[in-house]
Write a protein that binds this ligand. Structure first.
Ligand SMILES: [Ca+2]
Ligand SMILES: [Ca+2]
Length: 207
C-alpha cells in the first residue's frame, strides 16, 4: 500500500471544506470497482491547452476527500459520501489531488518531471492545498496573482482551484474539486481578490 505514515499525516492537513466525521464501514466501492494503480506515463512536456482538456474531463464528476480517481460520464457516481473521510472510496479527487493530476506531477517532490496519470489511476499525490500555496515541491512555485493565466492556480490554507478563464471584472472561472456536496466543476470565484488566496504555478509549461 502507498498509505505510508507520511501520507496519512499529510491527509490530516487536507481540508477542502472537509471535516473528519464518523463514518466507519461506509464506502461506495467506486475506487475498488473502477480504479487502478498503473504506473504513470512519462511525458516530455505540458501545455495549458492540453491540461485544460484534462481538467474539463473531470467536470461534473465527483469529489472524494484525499481521492484521485474519476471517470468521464458527467455524473457524480459517489454523491453524499460522509465528508472528510479518506476511506469512503468514492469518485473524484479533492482539490489538491485534482491539481496534482492536472499538473502532471510526480510523486517524488524533488522532481519537476511530467507524469501523465490516467483518470482512473487512483493517486492523490504528496501535496495539500497549503503546501501548493507555499510553492512546496520542485514542480511548484508561487506566482503574483495579477500574472495568473489559464491553468495557474489560486490556493488558500485549505483549498486550491485552477484558473480556467479570467473574467474582465477581476473574478475568474475556476475549475476545482470543491467538496462532497459540489463535486468537481467550473464556478465563478473571487479568489483572486481574496487575501486568503495566493497565486501558484506549475513550472515548465511549453505553451
Ligand atoms: Ca462520474
Ligand atoms: Ca463523493
Amino acid at each position: 500500500m502507498r498509505f505510508t505514515t507520511t501520507f496519512v499525516a499529510t491527509l490530516a492537513a487536507v481540508s477542502c471544506l472537509g471535516f473528519v466525521g464518523a463514518a466507519s464501514g461506509y464506502h461506495t466501492r467506486f475506487v475498488a470497482d473502477n480504479c487502478n494503480y498503473a504506473a504513470p506515463t512519462p511525458s516530455s512536456h505540458i501545455t495549458r491547452a492540453g491540461s485544460t482538456t484534462v481538467a474539463l474531463r473531470a467536470r461534473w464528476e465527483g469529489y472524494q476527500w484525499a481521492g484521485g480517481c474519476w471517470n468521464d460520464n458527467d455524473v457524480d457516481d459517489s454523491p453524499g459520501d460522509p465528508p472528510g473521510t479518506a476511506g469512503t472510496g468514492g469518485e473524484g479527487g479533492d482539490c489538491s489531488g485534482f491539481t496534482f493530476k492536472v499538473w502532471r506531477e510526480p510523486e517524488d517532490t524533488s522532481s519537476a518531471a511530467f507524469h501523465q496519470w490516467g483518470r482512473l489511476r487512483f493517486v492523490h499525490g504528496p501535496y495539500t492545498a497549503l503546501s501548493f500555496k507555499n510553492g512546496v515541491g520542485a514542480p511548484n512555485a508561487t506566482k503574483a496573482k495579477s500574472a495568473l493565466i489559464t491553468m495557474d492556480a489560486l490556493a488558500s490554507d485549505g483549498h486550491i482551484g485552477l484558473v480556467y478563464v479570467t473574467n474582465a471584472d477581476g473574478s475568474d472561472q475556476i475549475i476545482e474539486a470543491k467538496g462532497e456536496a459540489y463535486g468537481t466543476n467550473v464556478w465563478t470565484r473571487t479568489y483572486r481578490g481574496s487575501s486568503s488566496y495566493s497565486g501558484v504555478q506549475r513550472l515548465g509549461w511549453s505553451s
